[in-house]
Design a binder for this molecule. Structure first.
Ligand SMILES: [Cu+2]
Length: 152
């Protein structure tokens, strides 16, 4: 598999997603403008939506795939693999970056946040509680994953 091709495709995919979200925000803003046009200025709704679309934490749901029971996740070709894992509570999961680019492993609410993980480096986190943990790379917010932590 040619790595640079993958990266290009991933970037294009991410770009399309961002544009799609912006377009959706724009449509909502337009709806607001139409609704408000009789009773006040209409420019306000536009700016707020434009910003929200670019917020790193505007997370895309992880792919709908079958969870894999493992404590080992790698980031390669801009993809957390496996993207959805299941572990028992108390398990320590290792996330290893196999891309040349830097990545992070970060939940929305910062329950865990690896900081920058360089090529060949790993981040580990021990899950003390059951639950669903959605995480992203804050540098590349389209790179997403999920950890399902179940009772032992
Ligand atoms: Cu990244």
């Amino acid at each position: 598999m040619d790595a640079s091709w993958w990266r290009t495709m991933t970037r294009i995919e991410g770009w399309i997603r961002r544009v799609t979200r912006s377009a959706r925000g724009g449509a909502i803003a337009l709806g607001f403008a139409i609704a408000l046009s009789g009773c006040g200025p209409v420019g306000v709704a536009d700016g707020t939506h434009g910003h929200r679309a670019d917020t790193p934490m505007a997370v895309i749901a992880p792919p709908a795939v079958t969870p894999v029971a493992t404590t080992v996740v790698v980031v390669e070709n801009f993809t957390f693999t496996p993207p959805v894992i299941t572990v028992p509570v108390g398990a320590t999961v290792t996330f290893t970056n196999q891309d040349i680019e830097q990545h992070t492993v970060t939940t929305r609410d910062k329950t865990f946040d690896s900081g920058v993980v360089a090529n060949g480096e790993a981040y580990t986190y021990t899950f003390p509680q059951t639950g669903t943990y959605d995480y992203i790379c804050v540098i590349h917010p389209e790179v997403v994953g999920r950890v399902l932590v179940s009772a032992p």
